[in-house]
Unconditional design. Structure first.
Length: 382
């Protein structure tokens, strides 16, 4: 980003927080990036390091162990991870689960889980997607059937971010299979030493290779009935839908941060790389391509900042969040494609960050609701 531009929501407190997060990323995360990519996950100990600087649950009140900031502090974490080309850290999911608890959880649930989520002792995931069920959440087959003072959970989930490391899972399940959306509940499961629970090794993916995306299996797992979110059955679909704008804005924030980082690194590369006795930046095609991408990035940033301010005020609607998710993620993919091209053959080598930005960008148009679903949601307002 041009240093002359400063997001209107940024304060001096945000600047100080960014400095501490940047130090964490540069000293504790980036040196291990390649190992995490090779093994398919980052070790849980690094979640504790993130907790020490207040990166987890940054916008959760201090009475629940959070840092007491606003959504901007959350965004800064995503921006600095993208700046360091680190996609192994699924902190966005932690933030989403924390807000499910803040908005709908009981006081007992908040105090039980949020402080340990903020410290990194608890790593969370949201078990939505099933092998035959993607964006159609009403069609989930996983069940949580009441048996005395416990739920018995049966079913399987796939493509679950943080699935390999998670020790607290928010499971989307049918507590009343005879109902459609009204039968869905969000049931929390503490997985440590839990009979009937298992997970596969992290899935091999096109991008985000170091992020521990796994399959989860529940075979007669038991969890207390007090672990259903808000201690009210049948509210799961409503709870999910009401929090999706925030989730989709997180995806947009990651997109814009990746655009800014990829563009900055590409500009540096074409100034150094030479062809036909001159720097690549001196070719008109290069300058025009980068001028286009800088303009797109600026537009994306201004739109994102508008959405961040709306979320902070509590006025971000689902339609605008859907616009931000689909448009920013598509422009991210277009930009990194152009930037990779300007790297030439080196852009295809995984030792260059641009190759990772390219591979990581593809899923942004799929998860959190496909971009086709985003357009359908927007079209309903026409």
């Amino acid at each position: 980003m041009n240093s002359a531009y400063r997001s209107s929501w940024v304060t001096e407190d945000h600047d100080m927080f960014r400095d501490s997060v940047r130090r964490l990323v540069e000293t504790e995360f980036m040196p291990h990036r390649d190992r995490w990519i090779e093994q398919g996950y980052m070790e849980p100990e690094y979640w504790l390091k993130a907790g020490e600087v207040g990166l987890l649950c940054a916008d959760i009140p201090t009475e629940y162990g959070g840092s007491g900031g606003d959504f901007g502090f959350d965004v800064i974490g995503y921006e600095e991870m993208q700046r360091g080309c680190v996609s192994s850290f699924g902190s966005g999911i932690q933030s989403i689960v924390a807000h499910y608890l803040m908005v709908y959880g009981t006081e007992e649930q908040k105090h039980r889980w949020l402080p340990k989520m903020a410290s990194g002792e608890l790593i969370t995931s949201i078990a939505m997607t099933e092998p035959g069920t993607g964006s159609d959440l009403q069609a989930v087959k996983t069940t949580a059937i009441r048996d005395g003072d416990e739920y018995v959970i049966n079913g399987s989930k796939t493509f679950i971010t943080n699935g390999y490391n998670a020790n607290l899972i928010c499971v989307v399940a049918k507590t009343d299979p005879s109902e459609g959306a009204k039968g869905i509940s969000l049931v929390f499961v503490e997985t440590d030493n839990l009979p009937g629970f298992r997970r596969n090794k992290p899935l091999k993916k096109l991008g985000m290779k170091g992020q521990d995306t796994s399959e989860l299996f529940f075979d007669g797992c038991r969890t207390p009935i007090s672990f259903v979110l808000g201690e009210i059955e049948g509210q799961g679909f409503y709870q999910l839908m009401n929090q999706l704008p925030r989730e989709r804005l997180i995806i947009a924030a990651v997109s814009v941060a990746a655009m800014e980082a990829a563009l900055e690194q590409t500009v540096e590369y074409v100034k150094e790389r030479r062809a036909f006795d001159k720097a690549i930046i001196e070719f008109q095609n290069t300058r025009f391509k980068l001028a286009e991408q800088k303009t797109l990035t600026k537009i994306a940033r201004v739109f994102l900042d508008h959405c961040i301010e709306e979320l902070m005020k509590g006025t971000l609607d689902a339609e605008t969040a859907s616009m931000a998710k689909w448009w920013c993620s598509e422009k991210q993919f277009e930009l990194v494609n152009e930037c990779l091209q300007l790297h030439g053959g080196y852009g295809y080598m995984m030792e260059y960050p641009i190759a990772h930005y390219f591979a990581d960008s593809r899923v942004q148009m799929i998860y959190g609701g496909t971009n086709e679903i985003m357009k359908e949601l927007i079209a309903r307002s026409l």
